[in-house]
Structure formats: C-alpha cells, structure tokens
Design a protein around this ligand. Sequence first.
Ligand SMILES: [Ca+2]
Ligand SMILES: [Ca+2]
Length: 347
Amino acid sequence: MLDSAGTRRFVAAFTLTASMAFLASPARAEPPRGKPVQPEPAETAALQALTKGLKGKIIWSTSRDGNHDIYISNIDGSDAKPLTKGPKTDWFSHFSPDGKRVLFTRSKLDWTIETDANYPERWDTWVINTDGSDEKILIPNSTWANWTRDGKSILYSRGSKVFKCNPDGSGETLVDDADTQVKGALAQHPTLSDDGKFLALTLRGSGRETGILNLETHKYFTSGGGCQFSFFPNSHRCIRVNETGIGGTSIFAFDLKPDGTHGKIDGGEIDGKSIVFMDMPGRRSHEYFPRLSPKGDYLIWGITQKGHDHDIADYEIYLWKIGDAPEKAARLTYHSGNDRWPDIFFE
Ligand SMILES: [Ca+2]
Ligand SMILES: [Ca+2]
C-alpha cells in the first residue's frame, strides 16, 4: 500500500506519464520491435529467381529498431540498414527519379500513429541523400509528400488541401482542396498522372472514397471505396487497394478513359473483365502500400497474414514482375516487426 505522500507521488507520476502518453500517442500500443525470421526454402528460391541480375535499391519504413525508421537495402533485401534514425516516426519514403535522394514523412513528437496523417501539424516532410548525408526538413506541417514522376515537383497534403512545390521546397502552389469534391473530406495520398491532367485522391474525414479529379475540366469522378490510388507511367491506367479479396483486400488495376473516368466497378470487374491485379493466393493476402516501379514493370507492396493496422501489424514487403503468375512474387523482408510503404529504384 502507498502512504499518502507515496500516493501523491504516484498520482503525479501517473498524471505526467498519462499526459505525455496522450501527447505522443492517443491510446495505441507502440510498434513491435519484432525479430528476424528464417525464410522457407521455397521463399528463398522465389526470391533468387525473381531478383537475380536486378540492380538497385528498395526503401521502406520498419519498426524493427523500436520505432519507425527508413531502411534501405539491395533489391533482394540483402544489406538492409537504417537510412534514418531517432525517436521520431519516419515513413512514406520515396526515391527521387534519379535515385539520389529520399523524401519521407517524420513526426514532430515521438511514436505517432499513421492515422494521425490527418493532422498535418503533427508531421514534416524531410529529405535525405541515399548515402545518408544531408538530412534536412523540406516542407513543414505536411503529409503524403511524393515526387512527381519527372522529379520537377513535390506533391503533398495538408488536411483537405493538396499542394505542389519545387524540389527545394520553394514555390508552394495549391493544386486542389478536397473539400470542393466532398464537403469536410481530407486528401490522403495524392498522386499526379505523368501528363499532369489527373489527380488521384483517397478521401477520408467526412468522405471515405477514392476518386480522380480532372485538373483541366475540374470535374471529379469517384472510383468507389478503397485507398492508395496511383497511376501507371502512361497516365491512363491506375491501381488502388480495394477492400475485397482473399485476406480482406486486393489490388485493382484498370484503364482510364481520356477524361479520367472509368467504367463501373462491379465485384472486381469492369464491363465483365476482371480488374483484380494482385490478390495473393494463400494465407498471406492482406495487401496494402502498392507502389509501381518507375517504368511500371514491377509492383512492390506489403502483405500481412493477419492484422490490419498499417503501422503495427506484421506486414512483409513483396516484389512482383507484372504479368508473372502471382505465385512468382517474392518476399523481400523476413522480420516480425512492422514493414510498410516500400519503394524501389532500378539502377
Ligand atoms: Ca488479398
Ligand atoms: Ca514484418
């Protein structure tokens, strides 16, 4: 039993701890450190078959050092090491088109959950060279930042608004306010097509849907549910996650009409033709974080066997040569910590 002074100390300590915990994380467990796991022989064979001769790097966000840092490795997952370090939450990393720099999102406080991406004041966009040098803040109070494919601009969100700026952070201009499309909506994961005509959006807040804004006509076309909407290099084909399929999710791919709209999606089909692009057979099939390679010939993404939380569940990173049988996709990470939001660069 505590005496009254002890009780006061306990209450004071508890109150301080609780208030710090509230600041750092609204009632969520911290991400798991996890531990390395051994590949199955079949996984090693698939990995070697797929990645033999491929030269380049992958990056992703992992919790394996007790917090989320950006890791970099060879394409086959070898020589994995931290590119960023520290107590903040680093995630959503992307290579510049020349492969020399990495853009990423960093929390202002320590461990911060991914759903807090709806609060831009809790994050900044940073940049670092792939050799680990010259790490610096680039865009304060921003989330979901990524390069446009030509590397001449960076696209990012602040709540409902989508902005564009120069690669050095200067010249900020408003691209869209998602509140115009759906009142009270927040703009997540904005992506610009290579021709600059279409903006793909995942809406959250009061709107929970994906859609494409035609920036020439200013017409908005909803694509239904799902999330993480982006384009193939040709601007007229896109992918997004859908909340259907084995393990509760799959990745759709479908063509766009010249005005940025598409046919009606009906049970994983458009006009009777399947648009299911990736839905891994077997127990590990909860797909998220799809990212196309710069030429649109490979898909890199994350999958869990169980669990959904983007920043806690045991996602592993996979790579697939588009057009191969899904079974030929290879697992690149072997670690029970959280591994999310990968990107790939080919030399
Ligand atoms: Ca699936
Ligand atoms: Ca993992």
